[in-house]
Write a new protein. Structure first.
Length: 205
């Protein structure tokens, strides 16, 4: 949407707030922001629909799509825009800590907060027949999903229907991109009988 039409969401240049926490509080407590949010979300979905591409799933920067109000809006628009999957980050804290025990407090906070957000999402999705994956790995090690981490993480995973996401083109370095292209990682996935599919292929099974 043009910045003038959503002044409680973006600045005069059209940029959203850099802080997910501040943005989330605006969505929750500023009445005008709530109204603008639905307009903006619908506008973004319309823009994607205009491409003619099939919609795989919905997610958002900094996982702000898991905000209860945003999820509610997405659920209400799900039939109109063919939303079948929405990403709900959730992973085992102990898996991450076995590999990298740094940032314990932050990882624990992320685990608790996003577990609560997932529980809220699950209730909403059951009403609107929206799907989600059992586990989504990447949040607790964001920015450092390198080859060594993946090689230690993958053997611990026992659940079906999961996603491992990363940020392969970081401004800092290319370790996450290199991890995605790693032959060692690919060989390990094959040896453990993981099947690499997309969201739409999961729905077809």
């Amino acid at each position: 949407m043009p910045p003038k039409q959503i002044p409680h969401l973006v600045d005069e240049n059209g940029y959203f707030n850099d802080s997910a926490a501040i943005a989330g509080l605006k969505y929750q407590f500023i009445r005008e922001a709530k109204k603008e949010l639905k307009q903006e979300i619908k506008a973004q979905l319309q823009l994607f629909k205009a491409t003619g591409l099939p919609l795989s799933h919905v997610d958002g920067h900094l996982h702000l799509h898991t905000h209860p109000l945003v999820l509610e809006i997405l659920a209400e628009l799900s039939q109109e825009f063919g939303i079948r999957f929405i990403r709900l980050p959730d992973e085992e804290l102990n898996f991450t800590l076995k590999i990298d025990s740094r940032n314990l407090l932050l990882k624990t906070i992320y685990k608790v907060v996003f577990k609560l957000l997932k529980n809220n999402g699950k209730k909403l999705f059951s009403k609107y027949k929206i799907n989600y994956l059992n586990k989504v790995y990447g949040l607790l090690q964001t920015g450092n999903m390198n080859e060594a981490y993946l090689l230690d993480l993958i053997p611990q995973i026992t659940t079906n229907n999961l996603e491992i996401y990363s940020h392969p083109r970081s401004m800092i370095d290319d370790r996450e991109f290199e991890a995605l292209c790693s032959q060692k990682v690919q060989d390990q996935l094959l040896s453990l009988d993981f099947q690499r599919v997309n969201y739409r292929q999961i729905e077809e099974k």
